[in-house]
Design a protein around this ligand. Structure first.
Ligand code: NAP
Length: 287
């Protein structure tokens, strides 16, 4: 069992590493050929190994990923887990959010959601209406905390200006190669404003786990770690940043947990900060 440290702000904390569930149970639809048992076993293995934060969404496998999470967490005391799920950007009207939350709770078999995120901004729906519904869910104790995903600074400021409750989390694509949210000031803004950043796709969907990148390979040799462990350690040692990786494979989960408990030197971190080759960042708002 690995003891995963938490990142803490004044009112909120999240474990430095958590487990994602995108593609468990299918993609945007439930995949009847998916090996659900393997996904359930992987989540159970992750929990036994020390993972507490599980990230899912109503759109993952059209809700079936949440059902897989429900199966996996049966038998674990609810208060030992931290469950994040997300309302689809198509459900951001007031009543739609209340309905979406009820659907997620039913599929998760849970009485409450720890962190409920707006999955992505939707310029066609007034953000004020969305935030009002998120506040109402906190007040009815169906969710503990409000967050957003794929938001940049202007959207974070706008959302917080309407919200009664603090927006504690912004889940964004952030990885060695994906730096757009660093370049547009979102990471720094979150660090200065007590918002925890959850870095999603931290392994580039597996690309960063393979040898072949000379910068990571050299550090892997230097520290006696694997490329995945270097890529995750680079993220989770940053202030206010946590990461969620997806894996349905116990060996990979064990390997990824080896990103915890040691630290890249300041010099090596700076070198990666400055020189790691940039690639594409997903879902960066443009207006
Ligand atoms: N908010 C959003 O808009 C948004 C967008 C994308 C993702 N997310 C969340 O972030 C989570 C993580 O992102 P992601 O799933 O897109 O990408 P990821 O975690 O970067 O990569 C997952 C892929 O890497 C493989 N993998 C994991 N560890 C490995 C290891 N040690 N060695 C080799 N392969 C390894 C997994 O395969 P195996 O299963 O075989 O290990 C899987 O194919 C998602 O699951 C989801 O919960 C959120």
């Amino acid at each position: 069992m690995v003891s995963i440290p938490a990142k803490q702000t004044e009112d909120f904390s999240l474990p430095a590493l958590g487990l994602g569930t995108w593609q468990m149970g299918g993609r945007y639809e439930r995949d009847p050929n998916n090996d659900d048992e393997r996904d359930v076993d992987a989540i159970r293995y992750a929990i036994r190994s020390g993972i507490r934060h599980i990230d899912t969404a109503e759109i993952y496998a059209a809700g079936h990923a949440e059902e897989i999470v429900a199966q996996a967490i049966k038998g674990t005391p609810r208060e030992e887990l931290f469950i994040t799920t997300k309302v689809s950007d198509e459900h951001l009207r007031y009543d739609d959010i209340l309905r979406a939350c009820e659907g997620s709770l039913n599929r998760l078999g849970a009485a409450y959601i720890d962190l409920y995120l707006v999955h992505a901004p939707n310029p066609a729906i007034p953000l004020q209406e969305t935030v009002r519904a998120m506040d109402a869910l906190v007040e009815s104790k169906l969710i503990r905390f409000i967050g957003v995903s794929n938001f940049h600074v202007p959207l974070l400021e706008e959302a917080q200006s309407y919200a009664k409750h603090k927006i504690v989390n912004n889940q964004i694509h952030y990885a060695l190669y994906a730096r757009a949210f660093e370049e547009n000031g979102t990471i720094e803004y979150c660090q200065k404003n007590d918002i925890i950043v959850t870095a999603y796709r931290p392994l580039g969907k597996g690309k960063l786990t393979q040898k072949g990148n000379s910068r990571i390979d050299a550090l892997a040799v230097k520290y006696g770690k694997t490329p995945a462990q270097i890529a995750l350690n680079w993220l989770v040692q940053k202030p206010n940043v946590v990461a969620i990786f997806k894996s349905s494979n116990a060996d990979h989960i064990r390997e990824n947990l080896g990103a915890i408990g040691w630290q890249l030197s300041e010099e090596d971190t700076k070198e990666l900060d400055a020189k790691y080759p940039r690639g594409e960042t997903m879902y960066v708002p443009t207006s």
